[in-house]
Design a protein around this ligand. Structure first.
Ligand code: HEC
Length: 324
């Protein structure tokens, strides 16, 4: 049996309040698959001028009817919201391993087609377009933050599948907030063209639920998750945030230092040039110092190291991640 997730839901407005009521009913009756539950959360309107936040889901933007883009579903709450929107298929383009079992328990199919930050390759565009064309809808496409990669992946797929024009897709990407710096992502959408019908056909069962990614990508995806938690703890004054009562900041900072340290033993990471290695060493030293400062309850020093670490992510990505 799946536990009802009510205690983690916090009403944030009328629609969400209704959702909680409907969810309560859904749980008492037939659990996750109740039709009343399905209708409980409306996705953002097609053409909405800004992204929406829903319980456990960030940066949600509807690209076309039943075609939705956003951030990674956060835990049971995020998956529950997707189920309550009636979502049938979830496509992750992030390097992190998706919660396939959690989605399946709620009657949703997960497909994992990770992309990088530098471009959407022609092969991936076709797979994404085929997924969009053949998977049951509503479909939710996500990366981690829901701003850059999922936006570009869905935008190219929508153009290739004939769902949106290039201009419409670019406009939706802007609403998702894709940064101008990711020129390769924008270029892929500008240059995408519709595929012939027979190029769109695919057996829905052929899409992978989990794709293998390189050790570097997998570790970075883990770093991203942990770094987010550390930032949330900082925002709450280095305490557990109200909506994350079990977050222990020094546990997360120790994990962050460990993950950067792991990269020293990763073959893909070892193969990169000397200035990458220097930036990696700075990240290891920064994460270690952040952890030590927190353990010494020196919050001001912890703040400074966190800021330096954040700059380190950007600096290294500029040369080693975001360029073709
Ligand atoms: C020393 C260099 C370096 C530092 C420091 C660094 N990264 Fe990365 N990161 C990379 C490289 C290189 C890639 C691309 C790997 C690939 O696609 O093969 C990457 C990829 C990523 C990705 C994409 C993973 C995916 O799903 O494809 C995320 C997210 C990420 N990094 C987050 C972070 C965060 C957050 C920080 C800082 C706390 C950080 N990185 C610090 C080098 C770095």
């Amino acid at each position: 049996m799946i536990p009802c997730p009510m205690p983690t839901l916090r009403p944030r407005g009328t629609a969400v309040g209704l959702f909680v009521v409907a969810l309560t009913v859904g749980c008492q009756q037939t659990r996750e698959h109740s039709p009343s539950l399905r209708a409980a959360v409306a996705p953002p309107a097609v053409g909405a001028p800004s992204a929406s936040t829903l319980p456990g889901l960030h940066n949600v933007v509807t690209y076309a009817p039943d075609v939705i883009c956003g951030g990674v579903p956060e835990g049971a709450e995020g998956l529950q919201t997707l189920a309550a929107m009636g979502v049938q298929s979830i496509v992750s383009v992030d390097g992190a391993t998706p919660d396939v079992a959690g989605a399946e328990r709620r009657g949703m199919r997960y497909v994992h087609l990770p992309i990088s930050y530098d471009t959407v390759t022609a092969e991936r565009q076709q797979q994404l377009a085929q997924a969009l064309h053949s998977l049951p809808r509503p479909i939710y496409v996500h990366c981690h933050h829901g701003k850059h990669r999922s936006a570009a992946a869905l935008a190219t797929a929508a153009v290739r599948a004939g769902v949106l024009t290039n201009d419409e897709a670019l406009e939706r990407m802007a609403v998702s907030g894709t940064a101008k710096d990711y020129q390769g992502l924008w270029q892929a959408v500008r240059e995408a063209s519709p595929l012939p019908q027979d190029g769109l056909r695919a057996d829905p069962a052929s899409f992978p639920s989990v794709s293998k990614v390189s050790g570097l990508v997998a570790t970075m995806a883990a770093i991203d998750l942990v770094f987010d938690l550390v930032k949330q703890a900082q925002k709450a004054g280095w305490q557990a945030p109200q909506d994350h009562p079990d977050l222990v900041a020094p546990k997360e900072t120790a994990r962050l230092a460990q993950l950067f340290d792991d990269l020293q033993h990763d073959a893909d990471s070892q193969a990169l040039a000397a200035d990458y290695q220097a930036m990696l060493q700075r990240a290891i030293a920064g994460a270690t110092a952040l952890d030590a400062a927190l353990r010494a309850s020196d919050r001001a020093t912890a703040d400074r190291w966190l800021e330096a670490l954040g700059k380190g992510c950007k600096e290294c990505h500029k040369d080693y991640r975001d360029r073709r």
